[in-house]
Write a protein that binds this ligand. Structure first.
Ligand code: ADP
Ligand code: MG
Length: 240
């Protein structure tokens, strides 16, 4: 589903991704961990063209994102992203947040988009908030709406960039629960998070990044039981 070959990213003189090779199979759940500034966000943002790599190749769902004629909108239809800051449209209701893109981009009829939107809201436990505005919801509820909104495009890949790190502690679990539930389906997920409980529950593979490189990868158990690199051990000693 996702193939990265020799991916490089420079921001000016800052070499942020260094020769990244990574393959994610359809349906696979990958968790990315690593210290701040190691390139995790840049890595997953390059999987839906929020960043353009400076070198190498990225192929997602058969589409070469690094080709000059890659269609950004098509890519984002099949690769949805959930951010740390929920980025909901503040002047739209919860349901409108879900129906906007399907109506505008996918040309889904309004009634159908609303029906689908309500079904996704029900899945994240927020059907009763359809007509509320984002500011009337808690952070955890807003993030659940953001997840439902991403799902409303029926993507094949879901990218999550530290989806719980802006939340008050008591709201983290409700968002993780929604993600665990989602992981039971066939959808491909790449999740940047330091929630190792979540990793243990859903990850097929954990990737540790440092300094723009993939330093180590393995199952969650590998990271809990016998991480190899000293850098990995040091990092884990801080988060576990
Ligand atoms: P992480 O998500 O692991 O914290 P990032 O991918 O956000 O790391 O950042 C990796 C490096 O790239 C950092 O040094 C950061 O300052 C730099 N960086 C990220 N985005 C930009 C940008 N838009 N412009 C310039 N530098 C950036
Ligand atoms: Mg980041």
């Amino acid at each position: 589903m996702i193939v990265l070959e020799g991916v490089q990213k420079h921001f000016g003189v800052n070499h942020v991704l260094k020769d990244i090779d990574l393959t994610v199979a359809a349906g696979e759940k990958v968790v990315v961990i690593g210290p701040s500034g190691s390139g995790k966000s840049t890595l997953i943002r390059s999987m839906n063209l929020l960043e353009t790599p400076s070198g190498g190749k990225i192929i997602v769902d058969g589409v070469d994102l690094t080709s000059p004629d890659a269609e950004v909108e098509k890519v984002r239809e099949s690769v949805a992203m959930v951010f740390q800051q929920f980025n909901l449209y503040p002047h739209k209701t919860v349901l409108e947040n879900l129906t906007l893109a399907p109506i505008l981009i996918k040309k889904v009829p309004k009634a159908e988009a609303e029906e689908t939107g309500l079904a996704f809201l029900e899945r994240v436990g927020l059907k009763d908030k359809a007509n509320a505005y984002p500011a009337q919801l808690s952070g955890g509820q807003q993030q659940r709406v953001a997840i439902a909104r991403a799902l409303s495009m029926k993507p094949r890949v879901m990218l999550f960039d530290e989806p719980t790190s802006a939340l008050d502690p008591e709201m983290i679990q409700e968002v993780l629960d929604v993600m665990v539930d989602l992981a039971k389906e066939g959808i491909t997920m790449v999740v940047v998070t330091h929630e190792m409980g979540f990793a243990r529950q859903v990850a097929d593979r954990v990737i540790f990044m440092d300094g723009g490189r993939i330093i180590e990868e393995g199952t969650p158990e590998h990271f809990f039981v016998n991480p190899e690199s000293d850098r990995t051990k040091l990092f884990l000693s801080k988060i576990l």
